[in-house]
Design a protein around this ligand. Structure first.
Ligand code: ASP
Length: 578
């Protein structure tokens, strides 16, 4: 028997008179005495089933929401005035002559509606029900099409799709590894790869000069908004290229995606901005350039004030907000700044005069230097501190203001951030660490020894509407230079061999110049679809603390399993004490 001749989204007026069979979930049931209506739903849409037959009317009284039924019936045109313009199938009904219960459902813990009304925990626990909601289905189908568009584009440009291992070696790549104990080799571990970085470089050395993969990346990080312990990247690597070729490739790819999936013409090339400029102007390395709200450096002026904090600070940054802010709002903004270990100071300007707690430290002359326009009421928000940190904190303030007050601009603004420093200092240990990863080609390798911190990397990030879509770089393809960089980062010979031995050796066997990028596909889908959270585009996400509510993970395993992999778990108390 055929379960269905049509989906619930495809019957139209042209089908009137046809005998059809549909199968789907009961979305709603309405009884009106001598007639009843069922909205039958599947992935493709909703069709209204009309029930007039007495026997069937009795039968549908037993049905509940989310039951699956099969319906045999005839397509009828809806009477004039009864059409539903909101439904693509809204001009027809299917009058049932047979209804069969295919699968029953418990009363669902929440109603399946477009808008997510249930609590997040409940939605995640019953994810298979949450995924029945139209926006979730739409998002996952969009992602599937996104993957398809990417494949098309890359295959037409000679890219080869190659899978690389998930079980890899634990390497210091920035985040913490998930470890997998080996059963066959007691005391030894695999690590779940954070990214296929080393493998894709090895593929270049192997001669596949254009590689891509939809790569699962696994990172045991403390969870933050829009991070998941596992996520999918479009991982790309190319040989015999420079930065320009990568920009062009990725811009072409985005253009293809937007044209094919959204029918939109993207303007390329994308704007480019140096990392320093992004930090100075926007207070972040992932600026949302849709909004023209800029930071300025007022150190020269503010240091002349009598305010001790300003006098002693390395730099004072300011955002001029054209509007008044309440005390409560200023407190909230101060909390944002406190998150960066600094404090907010402010002045208000209204009808020609300044006010605010630090006003008394500024002479009238000095206030003039702040160049506030006469007619505007505004709030001057200051953060003083170390140059970068003050910018970052004020960047946080900028984001807060945008989110709260500026109408959302429905446009897509891409920007490349370039010229990142190769290294930064770890704030806690003071040690030099790579600002991206170890394999980045320096722009000015001569400075590596004397002034590593001033070395700029051939590094680039792609940012869309303030969301970092991904990072990439041109890589080092010569062993000596690679080892020199690893030494600067503090890896001794033993560590270099242990962690990166296979790559270092491979670099000695004819390594072509190469580079690449990895773009977060969940973030791309989230940003294009304008979703609030990355969870809205992932079928089975974890919570912010890495918990899978559906499967109940992470979970204990039994002792036999632990024995097999030669692991003994410390008692809970001893782990808690740590
Ligand atoms: N492997 C890098 C990452 O995951 C991306 C790249 O450099 O291509 O961030």
């Amino acid at each position: 028997m055929k379960y269905r001749t049509h989906s619930c989204g495809e019957i139209r007026k042209a089908d009137v008179g046809a005998e059809v069979r549909l199968a789907g979930w009961v979305d709603s049931i309405r009884h009106h005495g001598k007639v009843g209506f069922i909205n039958l739903r599947d992935r493709y849409g909703i069709t209204q089933i009309l029930v007039k037959d007495d026997k069937l009317l009795n039968k549908i009284r037993e049905l509940g929401h989310e039951w699956i039924i099969g319906v045999n019936g005839k397509v009828l045109a809806r009477p004039k005035g009864m059409e539903n313009p909101d439904l693509p199938t809204g001009e027809v009904d299917v009058e049932a002559n047979e209804i069969e219960v295919i699968s029953r459902s418990e009363i669902p813990p929440f109603v399946i509606t477009d808008e997510a009304r249930a609590k997040e925990e409940l939605r995640l626990k019953y994810r298979y029900l949450d995924l029945r909601r139209h926006p979730m289905q739409e998002a996952l189908i969009f992602k599937s099409e996104l993957y398809q568009a990417i494949r098309e584009y890359l295959h037409s440009r000679s890219f080869v799709n190659i899978e690389t291992p998930i079980l890899g070696r634990s390497t210091p790549e920035g985040a913490r590894d998930f470890l997998v104990p080996s059963r066959l080799h007691p005391g030894k571990f695999y690590s779940l790869v954070q990214s296929p970085q080393i493998y894709k470089q090895l593929l270049m050395i192997a001669g596949f000069d254009r590689y891509y993969q939809f790569a699962r990346c696994l990172r045991d990080e403390d969870q933050r908004k829009d991070r998941q312990p596992e996520h999918t990247q479009l991982d790309l690597e190319l040989a015999f290229i420079d930065e320009e070729s990568i920009f062009e490739l990725v811009e072409g790819l985005m253009k293809h995606i937007f044209a094919n999936l959204l029918g939109m013409e993207l303007v390329i090339p994308f704007k480019r901005m140096q990392y320093n400029e992004a930090l100075e102007k926007y207070g972040t390395e992932k600026p949302d350039i849709r909004y023209e709200l800029f930071l300025s450096d007022v150190s020269q002026i503010a240091k002349k004030s009598e305010f001790k904090v300003f006098k002693e600070a390395e730099a004072i940054k300011c955002v001029k907000w054209k509007g008044d802010l309440s005390r409560k709002e200023l407190e909230e903004l101060d909390n944002v700044v406190k998150g960066y270990g600094l404090r907010l100071s402010w002045l208000k300007y209204k009808e020609g005069s300044f006010s605010g707690p630090i006003c008394k430290f500024f002479s009238a002359e000095l206030l003039k230097e702040l160049e506030v326009e006469d007619k505007d009421a505004c709030s001057l928000l200051f953060v003083a501190g170390n140059e970068n940190r003050a910018s970052l904190a004020l960047g946080g303030v900028r984001n807060w203001l945008i989110e709260k007050y500026l109408p959302q601009r429905k446009e897509y603004r891409f920007i490349w951030i370039i010229d990142f420093p190769m290294f930064e200092r770890d704030e806690t240990t003071g040690e030099i660490v790579p600002s991206h990863h170890t394999f980045v080609m320096p722009k000015n390798p001569k400075q590596l020894e004397d002034k590593p911190e001033s070395v700029i990397g051939k590094l680039y990030d792609l940012v869309l509407n303030g969301v970092e879509l991904g990072s990439g770089s041109i890589r080092v393809h010569n062993r000596d230079l690679q080892e020199k960089i690893m030494k600067i980062i503090g890896f001794n010979e033993e560590q270099r061999e242990r962690n990166f031995g296979c790559l270092l050796e491979a670099l000695e066997y004819g390594a072509p110049p190469h580079g690449g990028i990895a773009l977060g596909l969940d973030r791309l889908a989230m940003t294009i679809l304008n979703k609030k959270s990355i969870q809205d585009v992932i079928a089975f996400p974890k919570t912010l603390t890495g918990v899978g509510l559906l499967e109940g993970i992470p979970s204990e395993v039994d002792d036999a399993q632990l024995n097999e992999v030669h692991i003994k778990v410390k008692s809970q108390n001893s782990t808690e004490k740590k």
